[in-house]
Design a protein around this ligand. Structure first.
Ligand code: GTP
Ligand code: MG
Length: 221
C-alpha cells in the first residue's frame, strides 16, 4: 500500500512536532461566528484567516467537518451550490477558518451567481488577514478553466494559495501519484502558489492530520 500520508509532505517532510501542533490546534473548540452575504457585512478581523476555496462540490464544507471532527459544523450537500455565503469559524481563538461558496457552478442563476461569486472574489483580493487560500481540486477530475481563472486572480493579488487534492478515496494509488505530480507542476507555474501539494479524503480522513499540521503553522501561537 502506498503511504499517502508520507507522500503528502513530499520533499519537505512533516515532523511529528508539527503533526502534534496540528492535533492540538484542532483539539480546541471550533465555533461558527458569522455568515457574510455581502462585502460590507464581513466581520471585523480578529486574527489570521485561512479560506477554503474551490469549485462547487469539490468538498470544502466536508473538509471543514473532517478537520474539526464535527459532522455538521458546515453544511454539506450532494447538490452543488450548497454554500452561498462566506462562513467564518473561530478555531480556539487562534485561527479563523472560512468556508467559501463554490465557483464554476453552471446551473446557478446568473444573478445569484454574480452575487455570491463576486463576494468570493472581492474577499480573496482584499482581506489583509487572509494568510492563505487552500484551493481544493477534485483528485478524480481535470482542472477546469474556472480553477485556472482563480489561480490567476490569486497570482495577481499576490495572495498565497496552496493546492489540495480532495476525494482521494475515489482514485487508484497509481493515478493519484500522477495527479500529484501534475498538480505540483501546476503549483510551480504560479507565482503565488505554495510548492507543497496536500492530499485528503474527508471520507477516510487520510491526509487530515497533515492538513492540520499545515494550518498550525499559520495559526496564532
Ligand atoms: P459547495 O458548498 O456547493 O460549493 O460544495 P462543497 O465544496 O462545500 O462540497 P461539499 O462538502 O458540500 O461536498 C459535496 C459532495 O461531495 C457531498 O456529496 C460530499 O459527501 C462529497 N464528498 C466530500 N468530500 C468527499 C471525500 O473526501 N470523498 C468522497 N468520496 N466524497 C466526498
Ligand atoms: Mg460548501
Amino acid at each position: 500500500m502506498v503511504d499517502h500520508a508520507a507522500d503528502a509532505f513530499g520533499e519537505t517532510g512533516t515532523g511529528s512536532d508539527l503533526i502534534e501542533a496540528g492535533r492540538r490546534l484542532f483539539a480546541a473548540e471550533c465555533r461558527f461566528v458569522y455568515a457574510a452575504q455581502r462585502l460590507d457585512q464581513l466581520p471585523t478581523p480578529v486574527g489570521p484567516e485561512v479560506a477554503f476555496a474551490g469549485r462547487s462540490n469539490v468538498g470544502k464544507s466536508s473538509l471543514l467537518n473532517a478537520l474539526t471532527g464535527r459532522r455538521a459544523l458546515a453544511r454539506v450537500s450532494a447538490e452543488p451550490g450548497r454554500t452561498r455565503q462566506l462562513n467564518f469559524f473561530d478555531l480556539g481563538g487562534r485561527l479563523i477558518l472560512v468556508d467559501m461558496p463554490g465557483y464554476g457552478y453552471a446551473r446557478a442563476g446568473r444573478a445569484v451567481k454574480q452575487d455570491w461569486q463576486g463576494l468570493m472574489f472581492d474577499y480573496l483580493r482584499g482581506r489583509p488577514e487572509l494568510r492563505r487560500v487552500m484551493l481544493l481540486l477534485d483528485a478524480r477530475i481535470e482542472v477546469k478553466q474556472a480553477d485556472r481563472a482563480v489561480m490567476e486572480l490569486l497570482d495577481r493579488a499576490a495572495v498565497t494559495f496552496q493546492l489540495m487534492l480532495t476525494k482521494i478515496d475515489g482514485i487508484k494509488a497509481g493515478d493519484l501519484a500522477d495527479k500529484q505530480a501534475e498538480t505540483r507542476a501546476l503549483a510551480r507555474a504560479h507565482a503565488a502558489a505554495h510548492p507543497h501539494v496536500l492530499i485528503t479524503s474527508s471520507e477516510t480522513s487520510e491526509g487530515i492530520a497533515e492538513l492540520r499540521a499545515a494550518l498550525a503553522e499559520l495559526a496564532e501561537a
